[in-house]
Design a protein around this ligand. Structure first.
Ligand code: ADP
Ligand code: MG
Length: 338
């Protein structure tokens, strides 16, 4: 059974950045307005995320890391109208099978914080001779999740990581994505013991400001806004794309569907093609696109990692989005650059 759990966990989490994505989404789901990430060795030694969200009740800590423990799915009907990011209750369980996991959390109602340690889905004692239950500890409201020694018991997976700096780069990219998307939340991410902060985005009102914080002014100064909405295909979207004064060597796509960072090869290709008609000399766009699609039309179950997403009427929706992009880009004066 443990082997099965470990394999299942390894399918959901194949790199530190995947664990972090789940933890960020949990923190955002918990209504946090500030989120701090600390990393060591590209997340393999340490991934720690501290939020100021609503916290977890002490009573819920015992089953927190059992599979399918979720506070986000009250009834089966919820499955078709998922408002929050998570709903499977598998992330923390998975992480506890392949790492040392500890949780420190305090709700507004609690007079102290509680800390608990987990292994293989269950509460464990931090030291031999100590009991396994949650321990009281001083702490502010919110939750801190600490993941240490990721893949310590999956040597084959651990060997696959050659370079902590590559993993750290992926982590910064992910935190940067959520920092652009989540307008009511401040984000920071840094290496443990390092004084320089990798990503730091305060709560900023405008999307362009947030893009500027993460990606710099050279792109933020050349963005055009686009919006689309269509009742028939059950979607609406808003986004920003670089105009033809900006040409990068590769495409940067920050794609969110129903507020989850996802990948879509189809969307990326279509936007690149649309952009290319405005850049006769070549070059790639920067795009931030937030799509809201009727949850019943999105297939999030395509893969356990939920990264590559498919949805109904993909072609039609993509065509409408690209039409809007074409319209917006067409209005830009690009005589400056050519
Ligand atoms: P899911 O997000 O799919 O519900 P997870 O395994 O990611 O499943 O989390 C399990 C449960 O733990 C969540 O439903 C939530 O109740 C609680 N939880 C996890 N992280 C946090 C957090 N940062 N703040 C508050 N509650 C949390
Ligand atoms: Mg979750």
């Amino acid at each position: 059974q443990d082997v099965v759990n470990k394999i299942a966990a390894g399918e959901i989490i194949v790199a530190p950045v995947h664990a972090l994505k789940e933890l960020i989404e949990n923190a955002v789901d918990a209504g946090s307005t500030a989120l701090e990430v600390v990393v060591k060795d590209g997340g393999l030694k340490l991934l720690q995320i501290t939020d100021n969200g609503h916290g977890i009740d002490k009573e819920d800590l015992a089953i927190l890391c059992e599979r399918f423990t979720t506070s986000k799915l009250k009834a089966f009907e919820d499955l078709t109208s998922i408002g929050t990011y998570g709903f499977r209750g598998e992330a923390l369980a998975s992480i506890s099978h392949i790492a040392h996991l500890s949780v420190t959390t305090r709700t507004k109602e609690s007079s102290c914080a509680w800390r608990a340690h987990y292994a293989d889905g269950k509460l464990v004692s931090p030291k031999p001779g100590q009991s396994a239950g949650p321990k009281p500890i001083a702490g502010r409201p919110g939750t801190q999740i600490t993941v240490e020694d990721l893949f310590f018991n999956v040597p084959s997976r651990r060997r696959a990581f050659r370079s902590p700096s590559e993993e750290y780069a992926k982590i910064l990219e992910l935190v940067g994505k959520y920092a652009v998307h989540c307008s009511g939340v401040s984000f920071s991410c840094k290496k443990q013991g390092d004084s320089t902060i990798g990503v730091s985005v305060p709560i900023a009102a405008g999307t362009v400001d947030r893009i500027r914080q993460v990606h710099g002014s050279s792109v933020a100064n050349e963005l055009v806004n686009f919006k689309a909405e269509n009742e028939r295909w059950g979607f609406k979207c808003e986004g920003w794309i670089s105009n033809a004064n900006y040409h990068a060597k590769r495409t940067t796509l920050l794609l969110f569907i129903n507020h989850r960072a996802v990948e879509s090869v189809a969307i990326k290709k279509a936007i690149e093609q649309t952009y290319a008609t405005f850049l006769p000399k070549g070059g790639h766009p920067f795009i931030y696109l937030s799509l809201d699609i009727d949850p019943q039309r999105v297939d999030v179950n395509v893969h356990p990692t939920k990264r590559e997403v498919h949805f109904l009427n993909e072609d039609e929706i993509i065509a409408i989005v690209c039409d809007e992009i074409r319209d917006s880009l067409g209005k830009v004066d690009t005589s400056r650059s050519f």
